[in-house]
Design a protein around this ligand. Structure first.
Ligand SMILES: [Zn+2]
Ligand SMILES: [Zn+2]
Length: 263
């Protein structure tokens, strides 16, 4: 199994996960045209996709969906109530996979998908843990904090894509309207560097060889600040986390794919 974060951040989110047999996208928050471009730049294409898994109905996660559903070979997996609140609510003849439900695993080709419920201000927010031949990874963004129920499901993952949305002090003094700041900072908003680091320090089992920090705010965070917060949290746990060295902590980008990570 390998994965590539094609885009990450408030301008659009999408992660490609592939085995020799199966290719799925988690979210498609770019325009369909931009997504096709990025898929091709990493040696894939829209035609090679088997499925798109939707975490939630916010536009930075489903922007390309209206166009992509026209491709009949791509099956869409979405929570039924998220579907009713999304841009697809009036669409007919959707090629839907089985309805997503937190805690209920299912298979797409040789991938096992496990949806996990998260605290976020959408109708039925989910993140996904994905497994192939005993290797596991998870993409965990758009959540106000990491409850122990989520941390528990992330144990044993070989790679984690983890939100590091904002540095709290940068957000507090930013030009964002007060209500937006409150929303982001709330328990159902976005993960701060501080909460990401707390998870790594207190709840992370150290199994993952790769950590990708994701959904960084362009205004209220800086890649180096997020990276340092993660490295500092991890170093407080050494030698347990000796495998996760500096080179294996990377930052997903908004403007271009991160590159393949082979698991
Ligand atoms: Zn988002
Ligand atoms: Zn969201």
């Amino acid at each position: 199994m390998r994965f590539n974060v094609l885009a990450s951040g408030s301008s659009g989110n999408s992660t490609l996960i592939s085995t020799g047999k199966t290719s799925v996208l988690i979210d498609c928050g770019l325009s369909a045209r931009e997504l096709a471009k990025r898929l091709e730049s990493v040696g894939s294409s829209v035609d090679k996709l088997d499925a798109i898994l939707i975490t939630h109905e916010h536009s930075d996660h489903i922007r390309g969906l209206k166009t992509l559903i026209k491709n009949p070979s791509i099956r869409i997996y979405i929570s039924p109530i998220a579907l009713k609140s999304s841009i697809l609510k009036d669409s007919f003849n959707l090629n839907l996979g089985e309805p997503l439900k937190a805690g209920q695993a299912f298979e797409i080709g040789d991938l096992t998908i496990f949806p996990i419920k998260t605290p976020h201000d959408s109708v039925d927010p989910l993140v996904f843990r994905i497994e192939n031949c005993g290797v596991k990874m998870a993409v965990v963004t758009d959540l106000g904090y990491i409850p122990s129920s989520v941390a528990y499901e992330l144990k044993g993952c070989d790679a984690l894509v983890l939100e590091a949305n904002h540095e709290i002090d940068m957000l507090r003094v930013s030009s964002y309207p007060w209500a937006t700041k409150q929303r982001i900072l709330s328990q159902v908003g976005h993960l701060s560097n501080k909460e990401m680091a707390r998870f790594l320090q207190e709840d992370f089992d150290g199994k993952a060889n790769y950590l990708v920090l994701a959904h960084l705010s362009e205004q209220n965070n800086h890649p180096e600040i997020a990276r340092l917060a993660a490295l500092e949290a991890l170093s407080s746990q050494t030698p347990l986390f000796a495998t996760l060295n500096e080179q294996k902590v990377s930052i997903a980008k908004a403007g271009s794919p991160l590159g393949w990570i082979d698991l």
